[in-house]
Design a protein around this ligand. Structure first.
Ligand SMILES: Nc1nc2c(ncn2[C@@H]2O[C@H](COP(=O)(O)OP(=O)(O)O)[C@@H](O)[C@H]2O)c(=O)[nH]1
Ligand SMILES: [Mg+2]
Length: 373
């Protein structure tokens, strides 16, 4: 093979990988295929290249698009849900925008999974494997203590109490997904899981970018306290040691009803997220995550990525950098947000505007909105 082998870091401005030959001056299709294969082998990545020969459907993104991608963490067994999520996002938003997709899994995706998913999208789609050290319970975790924690939580009837994989997932979403090779080129991500009721006829990524938003949500609610008994004391310890990371216009009011003494359990539901990975990659969040990680609470308790992300966005960003996507109709069972009034009409929403989690008991939306009065 005579051509220079591109580095993975050079992927950044390749909108879809079938154009790799233009960029690296390769002449034949075989050369191109060779290079792709080597890159993917080196990085445990697979792509849709196997489809290109039969289907010329992969298009460049709209040139004004933000530097952004959809990201889905999923297992091969999640295929049905993944297809539903992707189809809805494509139909309601992405079909004419061409934002790329990145799917991640701690195991290799099957050929069948990749084939079924790839056929749904016009844009680039990549399948990546998660490095083991970003996924599995680290060796320094005291397994006896972790097990005792799981048993205690099971006795309290808490969902996923006994599950180690669930804890791996929460820790990965908290601290590692944005470091994956396939996500490094991007700044903004949208976690689309699961159901969309309305057309999204503007670009939420561009909205984030143009308005310096850091975190966007559709549903906010109170957390199960038994999953995070010592999280808030860790947060307080971190901010007393690192007060300079706390934004002067923070949203402590969203998190606490007594100016930070205790946590009111409010958080943004992370099944839907549109956020800025540079914020997670920044010094404040990196230090914060390392601090939480060292406490072991992802395994000794069952700290969720939702409270961890929410607490960080609330403390280390200004409150007007956290955005409520009021116009995005969204459901992840058992809760949904349905737009009302003009937004419901304009979005051609299929949800019942009277069926929305916004102002019911256990929703924290009012607390969010009260910050701006
Ligand atoms: N690859 C992988 N994905 C997982 C695993 N557990 C959960 N997920 C994904 O993480 C997301 C959240 O998991 P889910 O079980 O739906 O949790 P819930 O939404 O909190 O009830 C979904 O997109 C799942 O597909 C796992 O063990 N491996
Ligand atoms: Mg789920």
């Amino acid at each position: 093979m005579s051509a220079r082998l591109p580095q993975i870091s050079e992927y950044d401005s390749i909108p879809s990988l079938y154009r790799i030959s233009d960029r690296f001056g390769l002449t034949t299709q075989e050369e191109e295929a060779d290079i792709q294969e080597t890159l993917f082998e080196q990085n445990n990545i697979t792509s849709i290249s196997f489809l290109h020969s039969n289907l010329s459907i992969h298009e460049d993104p709209v040139s004004t698009n933000a530097n952004a991608t959809f990201v889905l963490l999923c297992r091969n067994s999640d295929l049905a849900g993944v297809l539903a999520s992707i189809q809805q996002v494509e139909d309601r938003f992405n079909r004419n925008r061409g934002y790329p997709w990145v799917l991640l899994n701690e195991e290799p995706f099957t050929e069948e999974f990749k084939r079924r998913v790839s056929v749904l999208v016009n844009s680039s789609i990549q399948f990546g494997q998660i490095p083991a050290e970003h996924w599995f319970q680290p060796d320094w975790i005291d397994e006896e203590k972790a097990k005792a924690g799981r048993i205690r939580m099971m006795a309290q009837g808490i969902i996923y109490a006994g599950s180690v994989p669930y804890r791996n997932m929460c820790r990965f979403n908290s601290g590692f997904f944005f470091q994956h090779e396939l996500l490094k080129p991007y700044r903004y991500y949208w976690r689309p899981d699961v159901k969309y009721f309305c057309d999204v006829d503007y670009d939420p990524f561009k909205f984030m970018e143009e308005n310096q938003k850091v975190y966007g949500f559709t549903i906010s609610l109170v957390e199960w306290e038994a999953t995070i008994p010592t999280l808030w004391s860790a947060v307080k310890e971190f901010i007393s040691e690192n007060p300079h990371y706390v934004d002067p216009n923070n949203s402590m009011e969203f998190l606490s009803d007594n100016n930070g003494d205790t946590y009111n359990l409010c958080h943004y539901w992370s099944n839907f997220e549109i956020a800025d990975m540079d914020f997670w990659r920044g010094e404040a969040y990196q230090k914060f995550f390392d601090f939480l990680e060292a406490k072991g609470g992802f395994y000794y308790e069952r700290w969720g990525d939702a409270p961890v992300h929410s607490i960080a966005a609330s403390l280390f960003a200004a409150k007007d950098q956290v955005h409520f996507f009021r116009d995005i109709g969204y459901r992840h069972s058992p809760f949904q947000h349905c737009p009302i009034g003009e937004k419901w009409v304009k979005g051609k929403c299929s949800c019942d505007p009277n069926d929305s989690f916004d102002y019911v008991q256990n929703s924290c939306l009012k607390k969010y909105e009260d910050m701006f009065w």
